[in-house]
Design a protein around this ligand. Structure first.
Ligand code: OAD
Length: 242
């Protein structure tokens, strides 16, 4: 463990409040494809172009096919040592908030409790007519699934590009970011808001921010610590030594 990691470990040991922001990179070692980079493609579509309200308005069956594929993929996968280490970290810190951009539900499956799924959850659906939200764990929702209440077309309860985040959730995420002494930013390319701004909230309030990623990101420059490597190796190493 280098000087950087020992310093971060000391800060984490003393911290009353810790916030963690995770992105697709933390689930990569579980087998969930990330959004950007070589595996961010599905049948030659850029996945970032399918996760949009426009794509759903024009081709709902295609978007559902994509989400059914993701359901089936994630259904057979499980959490990895990085998810597990965050469960252990939550047990060690008095006030812990885990903010995730992931919709795979793996943090909850691992046992994390105070989780803010700011981009929604793959296993929830929302009616486009009556707006009712339900949990449905079916690995295949069919081509154009309908609401059991009103017959309206269902959509995945996830936040797509061009849509706003749920305000109360975002508010909680901002609050946790502002009040923590340390924020860990794990496995996110930091190109989508509010990833970058949450770390800024922490910094602006005098907290320290640490990035854990296999490569540097646009956010790396503002980080107090940059730990390069796999989340599945670095996060357990950090947490186990606390
Ligand atoms: P990205 O796919 O943009 O970024 C994944 C990040 O994880 C990259 O910076 C990789 O370098 C890093 N990474 C990959 N493997 C890793 C590993 N084993 N350990 C640590 N880091 C690793 O995913 P996000 O940043 O999560 O939004 O993307 C943000 C949002 O964009 C997503 O939530 C999604 C997408 O559009 C919505 O669907 C609304």
């Amino acid at each position: 463990m280098g000087p950087d990691r020992s310093k971060l470990k000391e800060l984490l040991k003393k911290a009353e409040r810790v916030a963690v922001l995770t992105g697709a990179g933390i689930s990569a070692e579980s087998g969930v494809p990330t959004f950007r980079g070589a595996d961010g493609l599905w049948r030659n579509y850029k996945v970032t172009e399918l996760a949009t309200p426009d794509a759903f308005a024009q081709h709902p069956e295609l978007v559902w096919e994509f989400y059914n594929w993701r359901r089936q993929l994630v259904n057979g996968l499980t959490y990895n040592p990085a998810h597990k280490a965050l469960v252990d970290l939550e047990a060690k810190v008095p006030h812990f908030t885990l903010i995730t951009q992931n919709v795979d539900g793996l943090h909850l499956k691992a046992g994390s409790r105070n989780v803010l799924e700011i981009h929604g959850n793959l296993w929830k659906v929302r009616c486009t007519r009556c707006h009712k939200i339900t949990t449905d764990m079916s690995p295949d929702m069919g081509t154009l699934p309908k609401c059991q209440e009103c017959g309206g077309l269902l959509r995945p309860h996830v936040v797509w590009f061009g849509e706003s985040l749920d305000y109360p959730l975002l508010h909680q995420a901002m609050e946790a970011s502002r009040t923590c002494q340390v924020m860990l930013v794990i496995g996110t390319s930091a190109v989508v808001q509010p990833a970058a701004s949450l770390a800024l909230e922490t910094k602006g309030a005098g907290g320290k921010v640490a990035e854990i990623n296999v490569e540097e990101t646009p956010n790396s420059r503002m980080m107090d610590f940059v730990l390069l490597g796999k989340a599945g190796e670095i996060v357990p190493e950090l947490v186990n030594s606390l």
